[in-house]
Design a protein around this ligand. Structure first.
Ligand code: CTP
Ligand code: CA
Length: 225
């Protein structure tokens, strides 16, 4: 973590990290969410802070906690709130890592009262959320470094490369599915990193803290080499 001068690699840098799921409200007691734990994003935030960055962690509903100094936690619920916080913080950030599992759709309307069950089916109309990673990619200046994630169940390499290009990211971390199938709820990850310059780096399955080190090593490499 220290550079040639004995300073932390990322001293003086500001990093924005999203983590966890988002909850999209249907009515006052129900929401559309997902199984993201926030552990991968937290591990990245902690690794960036250990290396000296000032970290702004935009965290959806999640049980994870951190006590590391240098991490400012912005708690949010919805994709819309996560978008607003990221848009406010990104202009002054040097590094942005979008590891949240952001809902792709949100209810068109949130019912003001609890929806009562009636006969027949219930239809909830959904509208697309804003793509935070893509929006930051459009705003990105030359010196800002933008990292996205991808989790796919088919054609993973092609979809990851598509995301690298379409979102104007510098790096996409492809999360491979666990052998058991599901991607969530594990303390390990197996990733492949796709970089804008064409590098593809395949890593072994390892604890999320170690995966975070691998990702931050690539960030530091791109920033300084
Ligand atoms: N992402 C985001 N905002 C959204 C949706 C996704 O910032 N509204 C980010 C995620 O945090 C991740 C990357 O985009 O870094 C890719 O997310 P993923 O769900 O894999 O891809 P999508 O672009 O949403 O496409 P799809 O779900 O159809 O594969
Ligand atoms: Ca998605």
């Amino acid at each position: 973590g220290d550079n040639f001068f004995g300073q932390k690699d990322l001293a003086g840098k500001k990093a924005l990290v999203t983590a966890g799921p988002t909850y999209e409200p249907i009515d006052p007691v129900r929401f559309i969410g997902n199984h993201s734990s926030g552990k991968m994003g937290l591990a990245i935030a902690e690794e960036l802070a250990r290396r000296g960055a000032e970290v702004h962690l935009v965290l959806g509903p999640s049980a994870v906690k951190t006590t590391l100094p240098g991490i400012y936690v912005h708690k949010v619920q919805t994709a819309g709130q996560m978008y607003d916080t990221c848009m406010a913080e990104f202009p002054s950030a040097d590094i942005a890592v979008m590891s949240a599992a952001v809902a792709d759709y949100t209810p068109v309307e949130t019912a003001p009262e609890k929806i009562k069950k009636t006969s027949g089916t219930l239809v909830i109309e959904l509208t697309k959320t804003k793509d935070i990673l893509k929006s930051l990619g459009q705003l990105k200046r030359d010196k800002q470094l933008l990292v996205g994630f991808a989790l796919e169940t088919a054609n993973e390499r092609q979809y990851a490369l598509d995301k690298l290009a379409s979102k104007n990211a510098d790096l996409i971390v492809l999360n491979s599915l666990n052998d058991e199938g599901a991607g969530f709820g594990y303390d390990t990850n197996k990733v492949t990193i796709f970089e804008k310059g064409g590098n593809e780096l395949v890593y072994d399955r390892k604890p999320k803290q170690q995966v975070a080190k691998d990702i931050v090593d690539r960030i530091v490499n791109i920033l300084y080499v």
